[in-house]
Design a protein around this ligand. Structure first.
Ligand code: SF4
Length: 152
């Protein structure tokens, strides 16, 4: 039997109800993804110790790193811990590719919200995505699935 390539995936894209509002971001054609890859689900925010539902957080500053929820309560450590957990899973199972949810302060790989809680997107990367990318994991978001299929 040929081993399938391994893929780390944001749990919310798989239909797991881990979003801040208790919902998910289920993608179309999950069967195809399952057929091609061996999937490893992660939710860096929940894995980092945050609850569902939770108050949404945004990255307030990168240097020094500061993340706060909409009520101004700092949540940086949860995000750091979730990012490290995702990286640990990649290292443990030798995972080199990830499919992560766009625009999230954890999982976003191209754009993130600007820290003003006004739905304003800026160029940037989430904490888990950045940690994985820095360690050589190739990241795609749910709008880049065709590119992901071409990549393998
Ligand atoms: S942290 Fe990532 S996996 Fe978890 S809900 Fe947010 S986008 Fe989805």
């Amino acid at each position: 039997m040929i081993n399938k390539p391994k893929l780390l995936v944001s749990s919310c894209l798989l239909g797991m109800n881990v979003k801040y509002d208790g919902g998910n971001n289920l993608i179309d054609n999950l069967d195809k993804l399952n057929e091609i890859f061996e999937i490893f689900p992660v939710c860096p925010e929940v894995d980092g110790g945050m609850i569902v539902p939770r108050i949404p957080s945004e990255i307030i500053s990168h240097n020094p790193l500061k993340i706060e929820n909409e009520y101004g309560i700092e949540t940086t450590d949860f995000f750091k811990s979730g990012a490290i957990n995702s990286l640990d899973i990649c290292k443990k199972y030798d995972i080199k590719i990830a499919l992560l949810k766009s625009k999230s302060p954890s999982c976003g790989n191209i754009k993130i919200y600007d820290g003003t809680f006004s739905s304003t997107l800026i160029d940037g990367i989430g904490i888990a995505a950045n940690t994985l990318q820095y360690n050589g994991i190739k990241i795609f978001n749910e709008n880049q699935i065709e590119k992901l299929y071409e990549y393998i």
